[in-house]
Design a protein around this ligand. Structure first.
Ligand code: 5GP
Ligand code: MN
Length: 359
């Protein structure tokens, strides 16, 4: 179904459609799932709301349709995700490797969700590659690798959670979506769309969300559980980040840095820096925002990039920061020091002068 709606840029029409998988693939997957299977579901390393929401949403659906299912994350995830239905059944590969490895080796099917290349699973890369389980990718990141037998890849989708909704619908089982599945899927759509405001949010996204609320997703409670669980120290860390905010107005860029010492000062915990990069983007006339976070243990600077409009941070991250993602949200890393990473970032900006100022 194609729809055309106007965005705030009057000469730009946004094509909106319900995503669908190749019908032959759907027929084969239906056949595959018609008998009980051993299934593993894996999201990317450092899973976010969409990664956990989509894996658990699919988990509940597959349990309900009588399969043996295990979600395995490469590593831990933030505590604001540790209430999602089914979350306590998740195994973490990095701390439970000996339990996880045989489950992955024995799997009939491995669903890989919310990532586009095996290396995005960190230490799980080899065991996933070597397992004979049939791989099914469901993902919305750009430039997917070709490792899966069945690929449902659509960069126009707001989130992998929205794709899981369409996937269950394509299997003819939308009626099986219950409050638990709806809650999981709502989480990822909400977090990946910045609460339904990013450019990837379509009328279809809102229709899916409306259906999820009707199926029992408690939208107010989900927002509170995800966004209103700040600690005092987390807000102090935000204050520190904002005092480190720099703006380069002529290049319409804002950037923030956080050193390991600053993280330690405010007792940093996983997830505490999530969303801070968006403050840079909220400044009037800013098109590109970055945050540089030192991780002394891994010996890297973790980089998050966000943009407005057509400026592609996916391209920038692929080219300069060993990463990738989407047009308006991407991540990457640098092995230089924090200071040198920022200097490098500033030095490449002039090559994007035209793109930044054309927005
Ligand atoms: P974040 O900045 O929140 O870590 O990531 C923003 C988006 O970029 C997310 O969709 C995330 O999955 C993706 N992303 C983050 N880091 C990488 C990376 O190293 N490679 C790729 N391909 N995508 C990434
Ligand atoms: Mn996602």
């Amino acid at each position: 179904m194609y729809l055309s709606i106007k965005t705030r840029q009057s000469n730009f029409k946004k094509i909106v459609y319900s995503s669908s998988m190749n019908s032959q693939d759907i027929t084969e997957i239906k056949q595959l799932l018609s008998t009980k299977k051993k299934i593993v579901i894996v999201p990317h390393k450092n899973p976010d709301g969409d990664a956990i929401g989509s894996t658990l949403g699919l988990y509940h659906y597959l349990i309900k349709t009588n399969h043996q299912v295990q979600v395995i994350t490469p590593n831990d995830y933030p505590s604001f995700l540790k209430w999602i239905p089914g979350e306590n059944s998740i195994l973490k590969y990095d701390s439970q490797t000996s339990v996880c490895t045989p489950i992955i080796n024995d799997a009939d099917i491995i669903f890989t969700l919310d990532f586009n290349a095996f290396h995005r699973t960190g230490n799980m890369e080899t065991v996933l590659e070597e397992s004979n389980g049939i791989k099914i990718m469901i993902d919305h990141h750009q430039s997917p690798e070709n490792y899966a037998k069945y690929m449902f890849s659509d960069v126009n989708m707001s989130s992998t959670c929205e794709m899981i909704y369409h996937f269950i619908t394509m299997l003819g089982n939308a009626n099986l979506i219950d409050a638990d599945i709806a809650t999981c899927l709502y989480v990822g759509i909400m977090t990946d769309t910045g609460s339904f405001k990013f450019l990837c949010t379509t009328s279809t996204t809102h229709r899916v969300i409306a259906n999820l609320i009707e199926k029992g997703a408690d939208n107010t409670k989900i927002h509170v559980n995800i966004y209103d669980t700040n600690s005092y120290e987390k807000l102090q860390l935000l204050g520190c980040a904002l005092s480190n905010l720099n703006v380069i107005p002529e290049l319409r860029t804002a950037y923030i840095s956080l050193s390991q010492d600053e993280l330690n000062r405010y007792n940093y915990k996983k997830g505490d820096t999530e969303g801070i990069v968006n403050y840079g983007l909220s400044i009037d006339n800013i098109v590109l925002a970055a945050i540089f976070i030192e991780d002394r243990q891994e010996g890297i600077i973790k980089i998050s990039l966000r943009s407005e409009g057509h400026f592609s941070v996916n391209e920038m991250s692929r080219k300069h920061f060993n990463g990738g993602g989407h047009t308006n949200a991407a991540g990457g890393r640098s092995e230089l020091s924090l200071k040198d990473t920022i200097e490098n970032f500033i030095s490449i900006l002039p090559s994007y002068n035209k793109a930044l100022n054309d927005e």
